[in-house]
Design a protein around this ligand. Structure first.
Ligand SMILES: Nc1ncnc2c1ncn2[C@@H]1O[C@H](COP(=O)(O)OP(=O)(O)OP(=O)(O)O)[C@@H](O)[C@H]1O
Ligand SMILES: [Mg+2]
Length: 270
């Protein structure tokens, strides 16, 4: 192989180096996260998995720039993260769509803030809603949609600003099992048809294996990275497949100790 044929190593899209977060509660420091070193590649699907209270959401909010790191640094797209930015889209469990705006207006609300003219916004809304399978809903109000549809609008709204990474905090946790599994298929398709990286928080092992290229497993608080598990299974993922089960069994073993530790701590706090 000549030098020119060597694969070009792409720099990671986002990097966490020595990241820690200590909350100040009633004057007492409370260490939520410690020593987080993590690279996220362009177009990679990364899932954060860990017991309740281990700091998954905290790390996501640090990456979003909604909170400041106490130690270390986070870089995204070559720039240090210090505040929210349109390169990082956010989707939460409790989607706060504006109830008085139509679905189309919700999707393009951020573009209105950027002064995009109305007709152009309508075209973007049509294009985005087609991508999330909701073209017919453009003039509906959020309360006319099901929970799953509302989460699709929330994903669409985040995509409308053309982010480089979508940060999703348990976006499907409130949905029933069947809708949730459909939403996982939906998100995989959206991701495959776009150039975005995904960082997806869950404590559901099946959900993690259904979605991820890599699963970042956290320890109980203070959250550290316990291990990173690559998921080398073809998509769409079949939950009945033996390799799928072997992996969920392995992750269950890895999580068991951490869940016990997290539970013991919560009992102490009570
Ligand atoms: N704003 C805050 N001020 C003080 N403590 C906080 C704050 N946000 C989170 N914490 C604490 O930091 C720890 C990590 O919280 P975080 O919400 O990141 O956990 P999590 O892994 O997302 O948990 P869950 O799976 O229950 O959502 C918890 O002990 C939580 O109580
Ligand atoms: Mg959380």
């Amino acid at each position: 192989m000549s030098l020119t044929e060597q694969p070009v190593m792409q720099p990671p899209l986002a990097t966490c180096t020595g990241v820690g977060k200590t909350w100040q509660t009633d004057g007492a420091p409370f260490v939520a996260l410690r020593d987080i070193d993590l690279d996220i590649a362009r177009r990679e699907f990364v899932v954060f998995l860990g017991p309740s209270g281990c700091g998954k959401s905290t790390l996501l909010y640090l990456m979003a720039g909604l909170e400041q790191v106490s130690e270390g640094r986070i870089v995204c797209g070559g720039a240090e993260v210090t505040a929210p930015g349109t390169d990082r889209g956010l989707v939460f469990q409790d989607t706060s769509l504006f109830p008085w705006l139509s679905v189309g207006e919700n999707v393009t609300f951020g573009l209105k803030m950027q002064h995009m003219p109305k007709e152009a916004r309508r075209r973007v809304a049509q294009e985005i809603l087609e991508r999330v399978g909701l073209s017919e809903a453009i003039d509906k109000r959020p309360d006319q949609l099901s929970g799953g549809m509302r989460q699709r609008v929330a994903v669409g709204r985040a995509l409308a600003l053309k982010p480089e990474v979508l940060l999703l905090d348990e976006p499907f946790a409130a949905l029933d099992v069947q809708t949730r599994s459909k939403m996982q298929e939906f998100l995989t398709q959206v991701w495959q048809q776009s150039n975005v990286s995904m960082v997806f928080v869950t404590h559901d092992i099946d959900e993690a294996v259904s979605l991820a290229d890599r699963i970042v497993v956290f320890t109980a608080r203070p959250g550290r990275i316990k291990t990173i598990i690559p998921v080398d299974l073809p998509r769409p993922r079949d939950t009945r497949n033996k390799a799928f089960h072997d992996l969920t069994d392995h992750l269950t073993d890895l999580m068991r100790d951490e869940v016990d530790r997290a539970f013991a701590e919560q009992e102490r706090v009570r």
